[in-house]
Design a protein around this ligand. Sequence first.
Ligand SMILES: Cc1cc2nc3c(=O)[nH]c(=O)nc-3n(C[C@H](O)[C@H](O)[C@H](O)COP(=O)(O)OP(=O)(O)OC[C@H]3O[C@@H](n4cnc5c(N)ncnc54)[C@H](O)[C@@H]3O)c2cc1C
Length: 377
Amino acid sequence: MTSLIESPERTALRAAVSALGHRHGPGFDRAALWAEAGKLGYLGVNLPEEYGGGGGGMAELSIVLEEAGAAGAPLLMMVVSPAICGTVISRFGTQAQKADWLPGLADGSRTMAFGITEPDAGSNSHRITTTATRTEDGWALDGRKVFVSGVDIADATLIVGRTSDARTGNLKACLFIVPRDTPGFGRRQIDMELQAHEKQFELTLDGVHLPADALVGDEDAGLLQLFAGLNPERIMTAAFAIGMGRYALGRAVAYAKERQVWKVPIGAHQAIAHPLAQAHIELELARLMMQRAAALYDAGDDMAAGEAANMAKYAAGEACVKAVDQSVHTLGGNGLTREFGLASLIAASRVARIAPVSREMILNFVSHQSLGLPKSY
Ligand SMILES: Cc1cc2nc3c(=O)[nH]c(=O)nc-3n(C[C@H](O)[C@H](O)[C@H](O)COP(=O)(O)OP(=O)(O)OC[C@H]3O[C@@H](n4cnc5c(N)ncnc54)[C@H](O)[C@@H]3O)c2cc1C
């Protein structure tokens, strides 16, 4: 278990990524930043060294995403490509899958999206119906997904389905790598009110034929294998949210020091200063829980990491929404101008409250799992 005080190596990583993020800054060219971050080893800092990664864990990867976001240059695909897909492949993939995918995911030259959400299942993943049927030489995949991010810029999507002999009942998840241009794998961009580089897609899988080695891990391994990827996703969503909250707060604080409409800068009024101070405290607290979740995950304690990752995602999502809201307010009318660029974060910050698991579903988890309260659904 890591100490509560950040190691010199991690502090140095934080500073280096922050410098890179600020060099690219808001309005950044996503592909250029992704490529540079990949070359410098930041995108694969959690992946095994023997496959070109940094040999670190979620503690390091979350630092990278947080600092890029805090510089105004968030890399959303880090939540899925190295964190979920890279983790699942390194933990459960075959030697061939590792050799095929991990070096590219580590240096950013290849990207993998992740699709679990379905229109008729939503938060209830046990209801997913994307079905994998065995064929003579592999698998046929049929189903639909929604809100899957970055499918157009990803070389493949890791699709969560269930096998046809486990069509109903509790989910026994199985995971398939589906290359972007596989026949029968359709995508339609969803028109989102989000100003992000990464677009969301509705996917149709219509008799998608896959070779046997498209299956990652064991078809019967079920949720254990899936959660190996979902806990990193929650930790990384927390990092994404904390980065965004810090970015917004930084802009608001700078503005509050400068802007003067009476005799003193507006930041001297406690009505402006205190909510900003609160936002800062809440972001720091969320980061502490995120660091705990990452430390537990990296120590191999998947169960404890699950609870901490949920709590970290909750805390970070709430802290981010509040920080962005107060930051926009601090700028007065300028908070809503395109020029200052904060208003678009109002929509973006809500993503951390909804995805990958909503605030309410985390409260459900904590009610049942942590507190032992009865289930309502
Ligand atoms: C920008 C963005 C990017 C995304 N990227 C991806 C991606 O890359 N891959 C992917 O697979 N998915 C992705 N998602 C999907 C995301 O994970 C889902 O939106 C999320 O899991 C919620 O599912 P839903 O939208 O169907 O909401 P629903 O499940 O329909 O929930 C609607 C509301 O009801 C509440 N609710 C539901 N059940 C309960 C209950 N039992 N108790 C209390 N409240 C409840 C929820 O909290 C929520 O507020 C993305 C979503 C967004 C917005």
